[in-house]
Design a binder for this molecule. Structure first.
Ligand SMILES: *Cc1c(COP(=O)(O)O)cnc(C)c1O
Length: 360
C-alpha cells in the first residue's frame, strides 16, 4: 500500500485510522454479519450509529440544546435553496455577504426564492479579502444574514464571527467545518457538506435553532423541509447511511485528537508553515489580505505560470497530488483540512523550496 499526501479540495483526504476502521468493519459491522451499506436504516444497529454520530457532533461543537442537528442530502448546494425556502418565514428578503465563488452561487440560488440583497462585496474580481464589518449594508427586516466563513476557491476565510444584531446569522461552513472551536449560539443556522473536512461525499450537516423552523415556503420539497426532517430524526426517507457512518468515525477521531481546540491549533500551525514560506521569497505569491487568509485552502501562484504544469507534475511524482487551483482562478491550491498531517504540509514546503531553488 502506498498513501500520498492528498491536497484535493474535496472530496478530500480522510484520517488513515478512519479508513482502516471502515476497512476492518466493512464486511461485518460489530458482529452484525453485514456491512453498514447493507443495513436497514430502521434497524437498531444503524439507529445506534446515527445517534452516536449526532451525540459526538453535538459534543465537539458544544451545540446548545435548542438547536436541531440534521443529516441531509443534496450537498451544500442543496442548502443554497433550502435556506431561503425554510428561513424566509413570511419575510421577503435576505442579506448576503459575497466574498467569493461559493457565496456568489448562494446568492444567485437564493434570488429564485427571495429578494437577495448584496450586503457587502469586494469590487469585481477582487475576492482577496473580507469587507470590513462597518461597510456592510444590513437590512433590519431581512429574514437572515448569510455568509461563507471560508471561500474554498479563493482561500479567503473569516477569522471572526460577524455581529448582526437580532437577525439570524446563516453560514456555509462546508470547507472549514470543525476546523476549530465555534460558538454555535451566535448562529441561526450553519451547514456543511461532509466531503471537505468531515467525511465522505453524500451527507450534509445542518445545525439550526429550533424557533426558526416550521414555516417553509409551500413549495418546499419534503426532504428539504427542516421541520419535517427534524421531526423524523433525518430519516424521513433513506438517509445516506454509509456517509453518515463515516462521518461518525471522523467525529470520534476528532475527539481522540483532543477536540476542536487542539485540532484548531494544529491547523493554525499547518497554515503558518505554508504562508511563512510563501512570504519569505518572491517565487510564490498568495493574493489574499494577511488577516483573511484561509487555514484550510492555501492558494498561491508561481512567478512564472509557464512552470505550473511542471510544478504539478513534479508534485504528483513526489506523492503530493491535488494541488491544481480551481479552474476559475488558476494557480495552485493546497487544501490542508483536519486530516492533512503536519508532515504532509512539511513535505509540500520542502518540495516548493526545492522547486523554487532549481527552477525559479
Ligand atoms: C464545496 C463547497 C460547496 C458545494 O458543495 P456540494 O456538496 O458540492 O454541493 C459549497 N460551499 C462551499 C464553501 C464549498 O466548499
Amino acid at each position: 500500500m502506498s498513501r500520498v499526501f492528498n491536497f484535493s479540495a474535496g472530496p478530500a483526504t480522510l484520517p488513515l485510522s478512519v479508513l482502516e476502521q471502515v476497512q476492518s468493519e466493512l464486511l461485518d459491522w460489530h458482529g452484525s454479519g453485514m456491512s453498514v451499506m447493507e443495513m436497514s436504516h430502521r434497524d437498531k444497529d444503524f439507529m445506534s450509529i446515527a445517534a452516536e454520530a449526532e451525540k459526538d457532533l453535538r459534543e465537539l461543537l458544544a451545540v446548545p440544546a435548542n438547536y436541531k442537528v440534521l443529516f441531509m442530502q443534496g450537498g451544500a448546494m442543496g442548502q443554497f435553496a433550502a435556506v431561503p425556502m425554510n428561513l424566509l418565514r413570511g419575510k421577503t428578503s435576505a442579506d448576503y455577504v459575497v466574498t467569493g465563488s461559493w457565496s456568489t452561487k448562494a446568492i444567485k440560488e437564493a434570488a429564485r426564492y427571495a429578494k437577495a440583497n448584496t450586503a457587502a462585496k469586494p469590487a469585481e474580481g477582487k475576492f482577496n479579502h473580507v469587507p470590513e464589518r462597518s461597510t456592510w449594508k444590513l437590512d433590519p427586516d431581512a429574514a437572515y444574514v448569510y455568509y461563507c466563513p471560508n471561500e474554498t476557491i479563493e482561500g479567503v476565510e473569516f477569522g471572526w464571527v460577524p455581529e448582526v444584531g437580532t437577525v439570524p446569522l446563516v453560514a456555509d461552513f462546508s470547507s472549514t467545518f470543525l476546523s476549530r472551536p465555534l460558538d454555535v449560539s451566535k448562529f441561526g443556522l450553519i451547514y456543511a457538506g461532509a466531503q471537505k473536512n468531515a467525511g465522505a461525499a453524500g451527507i450534509t450537516f445542518v445545525i439550526v435553532r429550533d424557533d426558526l423552523i416550521g414555516q417553509p415556503l409551500p413549495a418546499t420539497p419534503s426532504v428539504f423541509d427542516y421541520k419535517l426532517m427534524a421531526d423524523n430524526e433525518s430519516m424521513l426517507n433513506t438517509p445516506p447511511c454509509f456517509a453518515w457512518y463515516v462521518s461518525g468515525l471522523v467525529f470520534k477521531w476528532l475527539k481522540s485528537e483532543g477536540g476542536l481546540a487542539k485540532v484548531g491549533e494544529r491547523n493554525q500551525r499547518k497554515a503558518a508553515l505554508l504562508y511563512d514560506l510563501i512570504d519569505s521569497q518572491s517565487f510564490y505569491r498568495n493574493p489574499v489580505a494577511k488577516q483573511d487568509r484561509s487555514w484550510m485552502n492555501v492558494v498561491f501562484t508561481l512567478a512564472n505560470p509557464e512552470l505550473d504544469a511542471d510544478f504539478l507534475k513534479g508534485a504528483a511524482k513526489a506523492g503530493l497530488p491535488g494541488l491544481k487551483g480551481h479552474r476559475s482562478v488558476g494557480g495552485m491550491r493546497a487544501s490542508i483540512y483536519n486530516a492533512m498531517p503536519e508532515a504532509g504540509v512539511q513535505a509540500l514546503v520542502d518540495y516548493m523550496k526545492e522547486f523554487a531553488r532549481t527552477r525559479g
